[in-house]
Write a protein that binds this ligand. Sequence first.
Ligand SMILES: [Mn+2]
Length: 178
Amino acid sequence: MTRSSKHETYQKNYPKNNHPSSLILTHGDSDGVCSGAIAKSAYPDSDVYFTSPIGVVEELHLAEGYKNVIICDIAVDETKCVELFRRLNEIAENANLTYIDHHPLPKNCVKADWLHHDLTVCASELTYKVLEKRLDRDMRRVAIYGAIGDYYDNSPSVKEWLRDWDKRSLFFQAGTLI
Ligand SMILES: [Mn+2]
C-alpha cells in the first residue's frame, strides 16, 4: 500500500508507541470543520485531515494502522460509491469505522453498519449525537455553529440547544467563523 510522502514524514515524527489511535477525515467547509472539532473532542488522540467527496477514496490509505477512523460530512459520490464502500468495508474489518453524513446517498450505497446517515440535520449535529457519550455537553455550541453554516439551524435539537445560549451572539460568532 502506498502512502503520500507528506503522511510518511508526519508519521516519522511520532515514536512508535505514541502513534495517535484515531484518524478523522472531514470536509473543509464550516459544517465539516465543526464536525471535525466535535470528533476531535471525542477522540483527542487523533490526526485530522480535510478531504472531499472526490478525494476521500484516495485518502483512505491514510487509515492504515489507526484503531478508530471517523469520517464526517463527506457526501458519498455516485461515481465513486461502489469503490468507496468496498474500501470502507475493508477498513471496518480492522478498525472501528464511523462514517457520519447527511447528504443524499446514491441508490447503490445506502446501508452499512458503520454508516450514520440523516438527511434532516447537519453533519455537526449528527456527529455530536453519534459521539455524545464521549462529549462534554458544551460541544453542542460547536454543533450549532456547524448547523448555522450549513443552514440546518431549524432542526428540533438545534432549536432546543440554542436556548442554552444567547442566540444573537451565537449567530454573530458563527458569522465570523464562516
Ligand atoms: Mn454539511
